[in-house]
Design a protein around this ligand. Structure first.
Ligand SMILES: Cc1cc2nc3c(=O)[nH]c(=O)nc-3n(C[C@H](O)[C@H](O)[C@H](O)COP(=O)(O)OP(=O)(O)OC[C@H]3O[C@@H](n4cnc5c(N)ncnc54)[C@H](O)[C@@H]3O)c2cc1C
Length: 422
């Protein structure tokens, strides 16, 4: 997004690994709500930019290059006054504090004070949050999805290894159906999440490739309507899939690491085994780069507008092999549950109710989408039938609960929050 000479200044040392970096967005009063960022950027009489203020919870904040979200338009209070600036580490940046954290001890999390730090504007003024952070977020969400998947994979492997080795009542605990069932759940979650993750990554790659292509065509002054259509579709898909992927995979890594501890019994609670660390590391995944609640907020618009409706229609028309058609019927049933629940929420015309119901709606939508991805895989490869079957049947049971929570008015309780929360 910056000019060529700026890229030359910062990027080569990044790509060789000589320089490390950090993304400094969060402040004490601006976490989920980044519009509230206060750190100020001002210019001297020569137009040179400087940064003044505090950032909090910055991963690798002691890095060589910092990308900083700052308020360049004095007196503004919302996103339109924020721009992106870059600066190199120097004596004007003080690491005021290194946090003592529950997990991810491999990276320092810093509180930074900028004391008139020389900086450079990156891209266009006022687009810091509206454009660039949003752009970064797509990649960051998929990145945390990958982190969550990696943690989940190790949790599963550790649990499986331990269950085969540990004997109780004269046999490996692996042979107890309840333990085996937990492991199967973990394996199916891992595989279905990996499928969702790869699909999202493909859409993100496509989006970025089309963006580049549009620029090439623009430069050549050639028509690009056809590519623009494809770009719009890829944007629609990534807008939905990146928050969904981050939400589902990070929550799953929390559950899976806790289940892995459970399979280890008391041993899992001890520091000697990897699973307690995995659980502590997993705990951040549904908090940073946007909490799960904020991922649901980010996905809600696409879900309420039913952006996948054409995809679902096409999948419903498709003939699958043998018993897979029964699984398709389950996905059709989940979709009906989704449509009914969405209609119910819309007709209620209650913004608060919709905010609470959004989680169920997003989950219902995700079951259908991931379910069809798995069904397609199973159609092509017999080995995937088990995962598709278990995921879809489990999703149907969960979907009934999601839909009932909405239609049974469970969430109307929020109207009385002040009397209940005493
Ligand atoms: C270890 C670690 C590393 C980090 N690294 C970085 C980094 O490198 N760069 C950076 O800029 N930041 C970083 N962060 C900050 C991180 O992104 C924020 O902590 C996170 O976005 C949440 O903000 P917050 O902590 O202020 O929580 P808050 O925004 O105060 O949220 C508190 C609770 O309220 C909920 N909530 C808030 N708003 C809403 C809403 N509209 N709807 C529903 N629920 C809502 C949240 O979901 C959460 O449960 C890091 C944080 C940690 C802990």
């Amino acid at each position: 997004m910056g000019p060529e000479e700026q890229r030359e200044f910062y990027l080569p040392d990044f790509s060789t690994g000589k320089h490390t970096g950090a993304m400094a967005l969060t402040e004490p009063d601006a976490g989920s709500d980044l519009q509230a960022v206060k750190l100020s950027a001002y210019q001297d009489e020569n137009g040179k930019w400087f940064l003044r203020g505090v950032k909090r919870f910055i991963t690798n904040g002691n890095g060589d290059v910092l990308l900083v979200l700052a308020r360049t338009e004095a007196g503004t209070k919302d996103a339109r006054g924020l721009s992106m600036l870059a600066c190199k580490k120097d004596d004007t940046i003080i690491v005021r504090r290194i946090e003592h954290k529950l997990g991810i001890h491999g990276s320092p999390t810093c509180e930074l004070q900028f004391n008139d730090t020389p900086a450079e504007l990156v891209g266009s003024r006022r687009f810091g949050l509206l454009k660039y952070v949003m752009y970064l977020m797509n990649r960051a969400r998929v990145g945390i999805g990958a982190q969550s998947l990696g943690i989940s994979q190790q949790a599963y492997e550790e649990a499986l290894k331990y269950a085969k080795a540990r004997e109780q009542f004269g046999k490996p605990i692996y042979n107890f159906p309840v333990v085996a069932n937990m492991l199967i759940d973990m394996r199916v979650t891992l595989e279905s999440n990996r499928t969702l993750f790869y699909n999202t990554s493909v859409w993100l790659d496509k989006k970025e490739a089309y963006e580049d292509l549009v620029e090439v065509y623009k430069a050549k002054k050639q028509p690009f309507n056809n590519i623009n259509e494809k770009l719009k579709e890829a944007q629609r898909m990534t807008n939905l899939l990146t928050p969904i992927t981050k939400y589902i995979l990070s929550e799953a890594s929390n559950k899976m690491t806790y289940d892995a501890i459970q399979i280890h019994g008391g041993t899992g609670y001890m520091r000697e085994f990897a699973v307690e660390r995995l659980a502590r590391d997993a705990r951040i995944t549904n908090i940073y780069e946007g909490t799960s609640q904020l991922q649901v907020v980010a996905a809600t618009g696409s879900v309420v507008n039913d952006v996948l409706t054409e995809y679902f229609d096409n999948w419903e028309k498709k003939e699958y092999k043998g018993s897979l058609n029964k699984l398709k019927d389950c996905l059709i049933e989940i979709r009906v549950l989704f449509i009914d629940a969405l209609k119910y929420v819309k007709e209620k015309k209650d913004a608060g109710f919709q905010e609470v119901a959004a989680k169920d709606l997003v989950e219902l939508y995700t079951y259908v989408y991931t379910g069809y991805l798995l069904l397609d895989e199973a159609n092509d490869n017999q080995k995937r039938i088990f995962t598709a079957k278990r995921f879809i049947l489990d999703s149907l049971a969960k979907a009934r609960k999601n839909a009932e929570s909405i239609k049974n008015e469970l969430y109307s309780d929020i109207l009385y929050a002040d009397t209940i929360l005493i």
